[in-house]
Design a protein around this ligand. Structure first.
Ligand SMILES: Nc1nc2c(c(=O)[nH]1)N[C@H]1C(S)=C(S)[C@@H](COP(=O)(O)OP(=O)(O)OC[C@H]3O[C@@H](n4cnc5c(=O)[nH]c(N)nc54)[C@H](O)[C@@H]3O)O[C@H]1N2
Ligand SMILES: Nc1nc2c(c(=O)[nH]1)N[C@H]1C(S)=C(S)[C@@H](COP(=O)(O)OP(=O)(O)OC[C@H]3O[C@@H](n4cnc5c(=O)[nH]c(N)nc54)[C@H](O)[C@@H]3O)O[C@H]1N2
Ligand code: SF4
Ligand SMILES: [Mo]
Length: 724
């Protein structure tokens, strides 16, 4: 396709009784450009239009994006605070009454103070998420450390981007999810994509993927399932779940053996080649085939294509990252571009498909248990001092590092943590080992939840505070490229709902910490303080003013000053962020999944997504079209496996692991390995697949192994009755 046609820009036309508010989708890291249509008489959002001029997505949107606007004026919106009157109904939708903000705040402040008086500051915790703007994420971290003065804060990115972050930090000394802008992707010669269901999870990347193939380039896909992406691949590496480290080591083995190493690059710009080469020596195609189940010829072909391609991009997502060796997988796949020198220039590099809308920005500015704004470390005295200057506290007042998301539930269970302020996450659906997690939530002395709908997690709360949807506030988000973009406000908050940053400020004032928060009267005030707090950190946003974002169609970090245009391509000067300027080639011996199949649990269970739902489903299960397209979960089973168990299509079976059981309709499908079953995780209560998943945590990233555990199926004559 000629370049000018590919980039054709179509003008939007506006209806006379409408205004168009340019913004981005509320959901995934693609952050597709869209215009919200606002009726100028009622000032209400009434629809959506594509935003053709947005360079990343050129007007494309997926089924979730085109219906996202229906969240704002949805009948399920919480319009006033809720207070639980009946403690015996904890864990259900029942037992709440509406209350005023003042009454809700008064109760929260009293309970928080009581708990901290009796059990210390660290008896309170914050669990947050990254569907929020950078400003809200930043202020959530500050709220935990300065208003609550607790060490216990972590967030849902721990279940999402933590392995990518840990892997990139180790390889490069910096964690920006993509080393190159998406507008380069379609111009490369080879895409090597591992553990990403791109067509369903980042659908608006697909036109660039097809363009690579249309231009004569190659697509290699590593996935246990034949996803829509894998179906069109030149080579589909259909590996057993949890065996990526062997596969990546085999690619490195073959790249070294067949002379694809860029020796000058390796010598000048990396460390660790010899140790790495020693580890990958044994990963011959034959040996790797035994571990992964992938035919040796396919492994050889994949390495040859990647090795020969003049320009190539390695991409991956949660398929390789949500393993108890996720960080190792990330570094191992990243080694591919380091040994071949295919990095630090346009059209070549490595990227993770960042998951949530602000999965990138939200992990950089202090919601993680050990991080402060600008990607600073809470264990580094210089970093602490820099942040304290902006916050107006002394270094002695800065809390210690806390623990990771799943470990917070362990501390709730043993009563170290007694209170929880939960916002923007629904762990009663999305955390692993849910029987345990739900009991932990139930055991809390006091829990607050901010959400715009009553989520499954809000059912455990004592107070629920109604927050706004993304379209009722403004701020910045950092998309999967590392491009800081602007979310605009299209409608006033519905009912009495308030943005989370405002709730933080008002709570801080009532907790007696107003001196650190009261100056923040608008989202812009928070943005200006946030830019300052990030200044000098390596995720430096200081120069990314809202004006520059608007003018440049986004600003890539680092952006250090008003004059700095930002950094679309990382490492163009071949300098990495480790002190010696070199990247690290990591030597990573193979480890099997935490739980291997056995006689009692002979199948491998893997979990993930479908195009129609988003994460815990608390938003998308309410949208009529999405619900109609995918009303309930199911288990994907290979025809031969189904025959072995004597089960038929649509039959309800019992699926169980060492941790729990659930009942699902069978979807017989050839696009899955015979030893593997797959269940989407977007459903609540007894339909949650996380009742079965294993909380085996990666030693570095603390990511749970959502992608592999041992399971068994039971044909169940009772099952049908249970489900109906
Ligand atoms: N429709 C939709 N889109 C989304 C989201 C959503 O909920 N719904 N969520 C967003 C978020 S937060 C995220 S994190 C991303 C997730 O995006 P993805 O990571 O692409 O999605 P998943 O479905 O979790 O898993 C991706 C693929 O990994 C494969 N896989 C499973 N086990 C393994 C393994 O051991 N090795 C390899 N190589 N592959 C494996 C699965 O078969 C699946 O096709 O999507 C974002 N976009
Ligand atoms: N089995 C299995 N489990 C998984 C995964 C998997 O692949 N398999 N993937 C993991 C991944 S990658 C992720 S990202 C997690 C995500 O899991 P969750 O953190 O549970 O994700 P969401 O469903 O987005 O939860 C966000 C909640 O906050 C609300 N919300 C949205 N916007 C706002 C806001 O601005 N403010 C406030 N206060 N609330 C808001 C929504 O209504 C929703 O209830 O799930 C993880 N769990
Ligand atoms: S969910 Fe992701 S791909 Fe779909 S419209 Fe929204 S941002 Fe784009
Ligand atoms: Mo995610």
């Amino acid at each position: 396709m000629p370049k000018d046609k590919f980039f054709k820009v179509i003008e939007n036309k506006t209806h006379p009784n409408e205004k168009l508010v340019p913004t981005h989708c509320s959901y995934c890291g693609m952050q597709c450009g869209m215009n919200l249509r606002v009726d100028t008489a009622s000032n209400k959002i009434i629809g959506v239009e594509p935003r053709y001029e947005w360079p990343v997505t050129l007007g494309k949107m997926c089924p979730k994006g085109v219906t996202a606007y229906q969240q704002t004026n949805h009948p399920d919106r919480l319009l006033r605070p809720l207070i639980r009157d009946d403690a015996s109904k904890k864990g259900t939708k029942e037992g709440f009454r509406e209350a005023s903000w003042e009454e809700a705040y008064e109760l929260i402040v009293r309970k928080f103070k009581e708990l901290q008086m009796s059990y210390g500051k660290d008896s309170l915790s914050v669990f947050s998420g990254v569907s929020m703007t950078n400003e809200k994420c930043y202020l959530t971290g500050k709220f935990a450390r300065v208003a609550l003065q607790t060490r216990y804060i972590d967030y849902n990115g721990r279940f999402c981007m933590s392995s990518a972050a840990a892997g990139f930090l180790r390889s490069f000394g910096v964690d920006r999810g993509s080393t190159l802008p998406w507008t380069d992707l379609h111009e490369t010669d080879c895409l090597f994509i591992a553990g990403s269901n791109t067509a369903e999870c980042h659908p608006t990347s697909m036109f660039r993927v097809w363009e690579v193939q249309n231009r004569g380039g190659y697509l290699i896909v590593a996935d246990p399932r034949e996803t829509p992406l894998a179906r069109r691949a030149d080579v589909h590496l259909d590996l057993r779940p949890g065996t990526d480290l062997a596969l990546a080591n085999c690619m490195l083995h073959l790249l070294i053996q067949n002379g694809y190493v860029d020796e000058a690059f390796v010598n000048e710009h990396t460390n660790g080649f010899a140790e790495m080469a020693e580890v990958v020596k044994e990963f011959t195609p034959e040996y790797t085939s035994e571990i992964t189940g992938v035919a040796p010829e396919k492994l050889i072909r994949a390495a040859e294509i990647y090795g020969k391609a003049p320009e190539a991009v390695v991409l991956f997502a949660r398929g390789i990252e949500q393993q108890h060796k996720g960080a190792d997988n990330v570094s191992a796949y990243t080694n591919m571009c380091l040994v071949t020198g295919k990095i630090g220039r346009p059209k070549s590099g490595v990227a993770t498909f960042t998951g949530q809308g602000n999965g990138q920005g939200g992990r950089e500015h202090g919601q993680k248990s050990d991080l402060l704004p600008g990607y600073r470390k809470i264990t580094n005295p210089k970093h602490v001092e820099e942040v304290c200057k902006v916050w107006g506290i002394t270094p002695e007042e800065m809390p210690q590092p806390g623990v990771s998301a799943y470990e917070m539930f362990e501390l709730m269970t043993d009563k170290t943590i007694r209170g929880l302020y939960l916002l923007c996450s629904n762990p009663a659906v999305s955390a692993p080992n849910l029987n345990y997690v739900r009991a932990a939530l139930k055991s809390l002395d006091f829990m607050v939840c901010n959400d715009m709908y009553l989520s499954e997690s809000a059912e455990f709360a004592d107070v629920v505070l109604p927050t706004v949807t993304w379209s009722e506030d403004e701020g910045t988000v950092t998309n999967l490229e590392g491009r800081i973009i602007k979310i605009n406000k299209a409608q006033e908050p519905l009912g009495e709902s308030k943005p989370d940053w405002q709730i933080h400020v008002e709570l801080a004032e009532r907790l007696g910490r107003g001196q650190y928060f009261s100056h923040l009267k608008t989202a812009r005030d928070v943005a200006d303080e946030f830019r300052l707090a990030s200044k000098g950190g390596y995720a430096d946003y200081y120069g990314a003013t809202w004006e520059k974002i608007e003018k440049q169609q986004g600003v890539f970090w680092p952006c250090k000053s008003e004059e700095d245009p930002g950094t679309p391509h990382m490492f163009l000067d071949k300098r990495f962020y480790h002190p010696d300027g070199k990247a690290k080639l990591c030597a990573l011996p193979y480890r099997p999944p935490a739980e291997e199949p056995c006689e009692q649990y002979p199948l491998r269970l893997t979990t993930g997504r479908v195009v129609y739902h988003y994460l815990s489903g608390n938003q998308t299960r309410r949208i009529p079209f999405l619900k109609a397209m995918c009303p309930e979960p199911y288990v994907e089973v290979h025809p031969e496996t189904a025959e072995r168990y004597g089960i038929g299509h649509d039959e309800v079976i019992r699926l169980y692991t060492r941790r729990g059981e659930a009942f699902y309709k069978v979807k017989i499908i050839e696009a899955i390995r015979k030893d593997t079953v797959f269940v989407p995780y977007h459903f609540g209560h007894e339909q949650s697949i996380n009742l079965l998943t294993i909380p085996a945590l990666d030693p570095i990233s603390r990511m749970p192994e959502f992608k592999a555990c041992a399971a068994q199926i039971e044909k169940n004559s009772q099952a049908h009755a249970v489900r109906r």
